[in-house]
Ligand binder design. Structure first.
Ligand code: CO
Length: 355
């Protein structure tokens, strides 16, 4: 593992389109990686669309679940008008303030990618009052350059067609990259790198992997994945909002970019299990891995669903800090992904021997 391998995988994962419920591109890519590199003893796709995998440990005393969601927020076409303009509904939580004027990509029924632009009434035609308000998503449309409903339908774009904002991957200074869907392809990156490193090292506990579908619409993949895998403890690996930007008070910044993985003590869906967190912290300190605490109680994660599955599963969340999540372009530091992999591995090995 090095920064180059982290970057390459981040770029590949980010470029895949996997809006909630339509995650097949991501699913296929991940299952293919696992199979061709022989990263697990067993791997399969469950009926909901999760990629599940098991890597047996020497004793299998504990069953550690690592969960990262494969879906991303996006749109679904809800109406096509006579002139070929499309109306849409959000899938997952967008910030409506940033949607207008954005480039989008849509995937047609036969898998073709179409480009579009989100428009609404032009500023020259609006009143002063109208311009003060955030435009409702219901008053926006997508323009894909077609001139009739028939033309749109012929291209296999219909009610139910999905898409998301368009944002090509790019490198920034200081080891940073920007792109789409870092929430939570960063977590997928961490899981795949963890698997590659586990292949070379003996571990006593069994490690379970859920590349989970439909997190952004209710954590459904976490529920079914956790049921199948029967974990005794769990960590959701996420991508969390680093609001370390101008205009935000220090006391309100959840996490910082470049300060390593963020350990959650509580978010809106979970009070993290203190014993699981202690195992993380003690091992991070033993192995000199930087970490930070995410300030409570921002965001919701799959961990909330996992902890309440079956008889209950002690769980927590570890996140890669990322600016501008749930916007077209996220910005993160590759080193933070690398340190997250190190932390997860340290947790699994448990050289600090935390019970
Ligand atoms: Co997420």
């Amino acid at each position: 593992m090095n920064i180059e391998s982290i970057k390459e995988l981040q770029q590949n994962l980010s470029s895949l389109l996997g809006v909630s419920g339509y995650e097949e591109e991501v699913r296929n890519f991940i299952l293919d990686e696992i199979e061709k590199k022989e990263l697990a003893d067993k791997s399969w796709i469950d009926p909901l669309g999760n990629v599940l995998a098991i890597k047996e440990g020497a004793t299998g005393q504990d069953r550690i679940l690592l969960d990262a969601h494969i879906d991303e927020i996006g749109f679904m076409i809800s109406h096509i008008d006579k002139k070929g303009f499309l109306r849409f509904v959000p899938i997952g939580g967008w910030d409506n303030r940033i949607l207008l004027g954005q480039s989008v990509i849509l995937k047609s029924g036969d898998g073709q990618i179409f480009h579009g632009i989100i428009g609404s009434k032009p500023p020259h035609l609006t009143t002063v009052e109208e311009r003060k308000k955030v435009v409702d998503i219901l008053n926006m449309y997508i323009d894909i350059g077609m001139s009739s409903e028939e033309e749109v339908l012929k291209k296999q774009i219909n009610i139910g067609t999905i898409g998301t904002l368009f944002s090509p991957f790019a490198e920034f200074p200081n080891g940073m990259v920007r792109g789409k869907a870092f929430d939570d392809r960063s977590g997928c990156n961490v899981l795949l790198h963890t698997m590659m490193l586990l292949k070379e090292k003996e571990h006593t506990d069994t490690v379970l992997f859920n590349f989970a579908a439909q997190e952004e619409v209710g954590g459904y993949g976490a529920i079914t994945g956790s049921y199948s895998l029967k974990p005794t403890m769990a960590i959701a690996i996420e991508n969390t909002t680093a609001a370390d930007v101008p205009g935000i008070k220090d006391s309100e910044i959840p996490v910082y970019i470049g300060k390593g993985p963020a350990i959650t003590v509580a978010d809106k869906s979970i009070i993290s299990n203190p014993n699981v967190n202690r195992r993380l912290i003690k091992n991070a300190e033993l192995e000199n891995i930087p970490y930070q605490f995410k300030k409570p109680r921002y965001g919701m994660t799959d961990a909330g669903k996992i902890q309440a599955s079956r008889r209950g599963v002690p769980s927590t969340v570890v996140s890669v800090p990322c600016r501008y999540i749930h916007s077209p372009t996220s910005l993160l530091k590759l080193k933070d992904i690398l340190e997250t992999v190190r932390l997860v591995l340290a947790f699994i090995r448990n050289l600090a021997n935390v019970k």
